[in-house]
Design a protein. Sequence first.
Length: 593
Amino acid sequence: MSRRSRLKVLWRARARPRWRTVTRFVLEHDIEEGWLIVVFAAVIGAGAGFAVIGLYELVDRVRELAGWAREETGLSIASFLAFLTVPLGLWVARSIRRLSEGEPGGEMVPTLIRCSAKRGGELPLRDAMLKLGSAVVTLGSGGSLGAEGPVAVAGASVGSGLGQSFRFGPNRRRLLLACGTAAGISAAFNTPIAGVLFALEVVMGTFAVAALSPVVVASVIGAVVSRQFRGADPAFDIPSEFTLASPSELWLYLLLGLACGALAVLFVRVYYGAQDLLDRLLGQGFAAALVAGVLVAAMGLIHPELLGDGRQGIGLVLSAQLLGAEALALGLMKILTSGLTMAGGGAGGVFTPSLFVGAAFGSFFGLTAQAVFPNTGITPEAYALVGMAAVVAGATFAPLTAIIMIFEMTDDYGLILPLMLVCVISYLVARRLYGQSIYSEILVRQGDRISHGADRSVLENVAVSECYNRDPHVVLEDAPLRKLLSQLKGSRQTEFPVVNRELELVGMLSYQEISNALDEEGLFELLIAADLAAPVPESVVPSESLLEATRKMGLRDIDYIPVVDAEGSLRLLGLLSRRDIMEAYQTHLLLHD
């Protein structure tokens, strides 16, 4: 009997009955849901913290095997040895992923986004472990990718695995997946707040209040566990505190934000363009790993900082040891090496490489501004710091995460104003120029259009006619307001179409308007529904898609939208709510997964 078979027998004979007893206890006893989820979040946070520590230890072991030597200045590799280790590492990484029964690609965070939006938070443990193994080999052998993807998957696998073991429903599993993601990012980068924002902004696509408490708990516990073993120092050591020289300097930061937005688009296009080119020329076999690995190693021969995730290069830029055109060239080369690493079969994240690119460009921008305006007190390193966040914001479409993560990574509050401005500008420019983040691009290529935690392709393929309420509570325009409260009592609606005798829309009436009328002494007895009805801002027809309905509701910030029989018509057919859309979305995923 093989070792694997013996482990299965042991699990069935001893562990599984005890685990089922625990599961039954939790499910059968009347434990308040809020406290239950918080307890699970704490367990997930601790598990994710230890998982991240173990992941980094494995990467260090692979580095040692590959010839990396730990020095006082950081990690370095014998440059010519990289011509062997990088191609071999990429080939091994691709071979590991091919054992997966699910997604064979090396992307990490997009997998979590898909699992949250389309699979009810279910992340197959086997696939996650194979992706992590592939990432360990990639990072350890000198591949030019980051660690944020693997650590997010490591934490998320703990959360999702626990949810699956207890047979939780999709909503709880999504929440536990987010808890694990937050804890993984928090433990890896010592950024508990950014871990929360990353999980909510990037993976779940929502800042729902119900999700905040457990995700915060998991992130804090993950950081506490990590700090016990890896220390509490910031991820990057800033030689001095940087501040805004004067308010007039903000216009330079505005220009930096515009440039970083365009650079972020360039990052995404070149990153995937390198993969497309190599795939067309060489396919996905050993030849691709060999060519990509040799090219990455050759660029690493020129600048060893290009090998690995780029933290060493970021440190050189922030300490002013790498400046100007050299820094800019290095940043542009980092985009190419990251794309080639993924194209050759590697697995990892793009967060840290984008930090490197932003720091390099920011340094170049700051040095140029200093030369043009020598008497303004400009510090190029400050622009490098802000540029890091700006490129991340533009590449990932996660400006809040970028702002807070840089603040936590550097423990420097002096640049918070330009940091906020530049990140938002970069995000808006990148979204306008291209429309896809570095995470959503691969999802679109694979047929998934996920936005704010929902699959846009599903919303595009479901018509309003399939889910709107054909028998809503309506109010006649001449109905006395004093009678409406009793008529509408018990209704699940909070807004009501106001119609005339021909069932043509006159407007929409909300409980808020009725409540306001109650406060007007003497008017309540005199008013009718038409007096308080607001004009109809938008309407939809049955043939329109739920995506278009969601867009119209979002533009007007409304929760209900009337359904009419034709474009431009006022004849009411029914009412569509956000709740109806989400129920139709969940039903479609269940039937078509």
